[in-house]
Ligand binder design. Structure first.
Ligand SMILES: NC(=O)c1ccc[n+]([C@@H]2O[C@H](COP(=O)([O-])OP(=O)(O)OC[C@H]3O[C@@H](n4cnc5c(N)ncnc54)[C@H](O)[C@@H]3O)[C@@H](O)[C@H]2O)c1
Length: 329
C-alpha cells in the first residue's frame, strides 16, 4: 500500500482524494491545508489526520507519496523537502511560475531518484492515445488549439504573481496537448491584452491571448485563449497534415481523411487514469505509466513563459529545445 498525503485541499484536491480513496494500492493517511477549516473538513470526510503545517506533516507521518495541490504561487520549497526525504511527488500543474525555481526543484527531484508525476491530466485521455498512435510516422504540417471560457473564481487566479495568468495556469493543458501531439516548440510569438475584464477588482492578467508557435519539427501552429465571459466553454485542438486532420473537441476525437471520418468518444475518467498511474508507479517502482513527469511539465511551463516574454518584448522568443540544453550542459 502506498501511504499518501494531500497538501492543499481545495478544488482539484477533491478529485484526487476521491480517486485515492477508491484506489486499492493507496492508503490516504493525512491532509494538509493552511486553512484549518478546509483541512479539518477533508480529514473528517476521509477519516485521516489534518495538518495546517507542512513540516509537521512530514515530521509526524510515514508517507510514501504526496499530492501537492496548492496554488502555483504557494509551492515554497515543498518539493525539495519531500524529495530530501525520498517521498514521491505528484505536483499539480503549472509546476511553478518561474524557470529558475522549477529547474531547481527538477534537479532536487532528479537527484533524489523519487518518482514524479504532474497534473497534465488530458494526456491520459484514451482519445489522445488514439490520436498519438494515428500521428506516429506522419508529417505534421500545422497544429492549433483554443480554449475559451470565463473567469475562474478562486481568489488567486486573477493575479499574475499568484497564477501566472490563464495561459500559464489553465490553457497550459491545451499547450501541453499540442506539444504531446505535435512535438516540442522552439519558437513563440505572442500578443496578450487585458481588453474587457478590467473592472474585475484586483485583476492584472490578460484576458485575451494569441500565441504563434513553431514546432521543432518545422510545423507551425497557433493557440488562442480567453476568459471574457463566454456563455459556453469551448476547448478544441486540430493537427493537420497532407490528406488528414485529427480534431479533439473537448474529449472526443475525430479523424478525417478524404473518404472517411471516424469519431471516438472518450470512455475514461482521465483524472482517475492519471492518479492510478502515479500510485501504481510508486507501488511497483515502474514509472512507465506516468505520461508527464516533473521535467516534462517544466518544458510546458517554459513555453508558456516564453509567450509572455514575447508579448512583453514585442519580439519572437526562441526556446532552445531540452535536448540542445542538455547537450550544452
Ligand atoms: N489538473 C487540473 O485539471 C486542475 C484543475 C484545477 C486546478 N488545478 C491546479 O491545482 C492547483 C490548485 O488549484 P485549486 O483550483 O484546487 O485551488 P484552490 O484555491 O481551490 O485550492 C488550493 C488550496 O491550497 C491551500 N493552500 C494554499 N497555500 C497552501 C500552503 N502553503 N500549504 C497548504 N495548503 C495551502 C488553500 O488554502 C486551498 O485550500 C493549481 O495549481 C491549479 O492550476 C488543476
Amino acid at each position: 500500500m502506498v501511504r499518501v498525503a494531500v497538501v492543499g485541499v481545495g478544488g482539484i484536491a477533491a478529485e484526487h482524494l476521491k480517486n485515492l480513496e477508491e484506489n486499492q494500492e493507496a492508503e490516504l493517511v493525512a491532509v494538509c491545508d493552511i486553512n484549518k477549516a478546509s483541512a479539518d473538513k477533508a480529514a473528517q470526510q476521509y477519516n485521516v489526520v489534518a495538518y495546517t503545517d507542512f513540516d509537521r506533516l512530514l515530521d509526524n507521518e510515514e508517507i510514501d507519496a504526496l499530492f501537492l495541490c496548492v496554488p502555483p504561487f504557494a509551492h515554497g520549497d515543498m518539493e525539495e523537502k519531500a524529495a530530501a526525504r525520498g517521498i514521491h511527488l505528484f505536483v499539480e500543474k503549472p509546476v511553478g511560475l518561474d524557470m529558475e525555481t522549477v529547474k531547481r526543484k527538477a534537479k532536487a527531484i532528479r537527484d533524489s531518484g523519487i518518482i514524479s508525476g504532474t497534473g497534465y491530466c488530458l494526456r491520459y485521455l484514451d482519445t489522445v492515445a488514439i490520436a498519438r498512435e494515428y500521428l506516429q510516422g506522419k508529417t505534421i504540417a500545422m497544429a492549433r488549439a483554443h480554449r475559451f471560457g470565463s473567469l475562474v473564481t478562486v481568489p488567486w487566479w486573477k493575479e499574475a504573481a499568484k497564477s501566472g495568468g490563464q495561459l500559464v495556469e489553465q490553457t497550459t493543458h491545451n499547450l501541453d496537448l499540442l506539444i504531446y501531439l505535435a512535438g516540442d516548440v522552439d519558437k513563440v510569438s505572442a500578443d496578450m491584452a487585458l481588453r474587457v475584464m478590467d473592472d474585475v477588482p484586483g485583476i492584472d492578467i490578460p484576458d485575451v491571448y494569441s500565441v504563434n508557435l513553431r514546432f521543432a519539427s518545422g510545423a507551425v501552429g497557433h493557440l488562442d485563449t480567453s476568459f471574457v465571459e463566454q456563455p459556453d466553454g469551448r476547448s478544441s485542438l486540430e493537427v493537420i497534415g497532407r490528406g488528414f486532420r485529427i480534431s479533439l473537441d473537448g474529449t472526443s476525437l475525430t479523424i478525417t481523411e478524404k473518404d472517411k471520418t471516424i469519431t471516438y468518444k472518450s470512455q475514461v475518467n482521465f483524472y482517475k487514469e492519471q492518479d492510478d498511474a502515479f500510485i501504481h508507479a510508486v507501488n511497483t517502482g515502474d514509472a512507465s505509466g506516468i505520461l508527464v513527469p516533473y521535467e516534462v511539465a517544466v518544458r510546458t511551463l517554459e513555453v508558456s513563459l516564453a509567450a509572455h516574454r514575447s508579448s512583453e518584448s514585442g519580439t519572437s522568443v526562441l526556446i532552445p529545445s531540452s535536448r540542445e540544453e542538455v547537450a550544452a550542459g
